[in-house]
Write a protein that binds this ligand. Structure first.
Ligand code: ADP
Length: 388
């Protein structure tokens, strides 16, 4: 038990450290240094106690076994010696000495066994934690998984409901929606209405609790993950960049893409201009989460990445944070050309995006409240008017 707590304590300590370091800006800006230090201290002290307990157990077991062993040996030698010397059991003194010598020879190995037992139980605790992770269900292809051919007909959500394991309430309730290929569909709704959950189902980042998602009439649960995800381009602003070069961030996930193709994608997404101006051009490291770039630049890299993969389905998650209008204009222009001939689902936050969409879905509390064009919805949907 102590060994297991020890391991958990280690994990907790790393967690607190990582949280403070990655969130260092917030920690400083809100002067949370003392709070974080106390949190770290608490976890640290707890871990220290566990460690001390472990050391104490280790320290007690060895000597205890030794003392018990020695006392037992002395007692038995005393009794046996008495019997032999008084001729009570027919054994002679030489045999007794030989027996004693053999027993003494066994003593050391047996004593060592006791330290094996503590080693075994800490290995056991470690194994338990490994198995906890191993028994998590990995993302797998169904045994009958088929390759999904390039999408050209329609996407269909058929009676889809979804509940997060940790949540009591449904995040999506009985959503049915048909999206013909080539359509640009804007999804709007208040925070927490299920927009992100809905688009996550399309790439099987989440599996529906009930109902199914079909692309061109095929249930995506029976399609291979690779063939499905290769067709989906995802552009969002947050957490999209890796701590690597601009080039690697565009080409990521592809094995040796042609140089020309990467440059072309960068040009079309308007990355080229600012990338050339960086100290080392495309080989400049962007820092963790793209810390050295502006929001608009990050988004343009994300667009270049999507263009390079040439997906049939595009999922856009519009930035909620402010991007200057010059940047916004560039992003819109890059996307305008790119989305032609593709099915686009956009989680929309800007009126301009919503108005340029073919259809708009209004979501509320996990359900579809209304679907239609801008003018129609303005006339009949109160929530939509409010959102506008
Ligand atoms: P939106 O994108 O419209 O803001 P989401 O799809 O992110 O909404 O969330 C829908 C609902 O699911 C919300 O009530 C939210 O609290 C809940 N939710 C989202 N992600 C999780 C999660 N990982 N675990 C539990 N509940 C979640």
């Amino acid at each position: 038990r102590t060994a297991k707590r020890n391991l958990e304590g280690n994990a907790e300590l790393l967690h607190v450290l990582q949280e403070s370091l990655t969130g260092i800006r917030v920690v400083k800006a809100y002067t949370m240094e003392n709070l974080q230090r106390r949190r770290f201290g608490r976890v640290n002290v707890r871990l220290m106690r566990q460690r001390l307990k472990m050391l104490l157990l280790d320290a007690v077991v060895g000597p205890a076994v030794e003392v018990i062993g020695t006392v037992a040996a002395m007692a038995s030698v005393g009794v046996a010696g008495y019997w032999v010397l008084n001729g009570l059991n027919g054994m002679d003194a030489e045999t007794l000495l030989a027996l004693m010598a053999s027993l003494a020879g066994m003593f050391e190995p047996v004593r060592r066994l006791s330290s094996v037992s503590t080693a075994l139980s800490s290995a056991d605790a470690a194994a338990e934690r490994i198995f906890e992770i191993q028994t998590l269900r990995p993302e797998t292809n169904a045994p009958d998984a088929q390759t999904l051919p390039p999408h050209r007909e329609q996407i269909e959500f058929r009676g889809v409901s979804f509940r997060y394991e940790s949540a009591a309430d449904w995040a999506l309730r009985d959503v049915t929606l048909r999206i013909p290929a080539g359509e640009t569909l804007a999804i709007v709704g208040p925070n927490g209405s299920g927009k992100t959950t809905l688009v996550s189902l399309l790439g099987r980042l989440l599996e529906p609790t009930e109902g199914s998602v079909l692309i061109d009439g095929r249930d995506i649960a029976h399609c291979s993950l690779r063939s499905l995800r290769r067709q989906i381009g995802l552009v969002s602003q947050d957490g999209v960049l890796f701590n690597a070069t601009v080039w690697e961030n565009i080409a990521c996930g592809l094995r040796r893409p042609a140089r020309e193709k990467v440059l072309d994608a960068a040009r079309r997404a308007d990355v080229d201009e600012f990338a050339q101006a960086l100290a080392e051009g495309y080989d400049t490291m962007v820092g963790q989460h793209g810390a050295t770039l502006s929001g608009g630049e990050k988004q343009r890299i994300a667009i270049a990445r999507a263009i390079l993969r040439d997906p049939t389905i595009l999922i856009l998650d519009e930035a909620t944070s402010q991007i200057d209008s010059e940047s916004e204009h560039r992003i819109l222009r890059a996307l305008e050309e790119f989305r032609r001939g593709r099915t686009v689902l956009v989680i929309a936050h800007r009126l301009s995006t919503v108005m340029s969409a073919d259809r708009i879905v209004v979501m509320q509390a996990g359900a579809i409240l209304d679907v239609g064009r801008h003018e129609e919805l303005l006339g009949r949907c109160k929530l939509y008017r409010t959102l506008c």
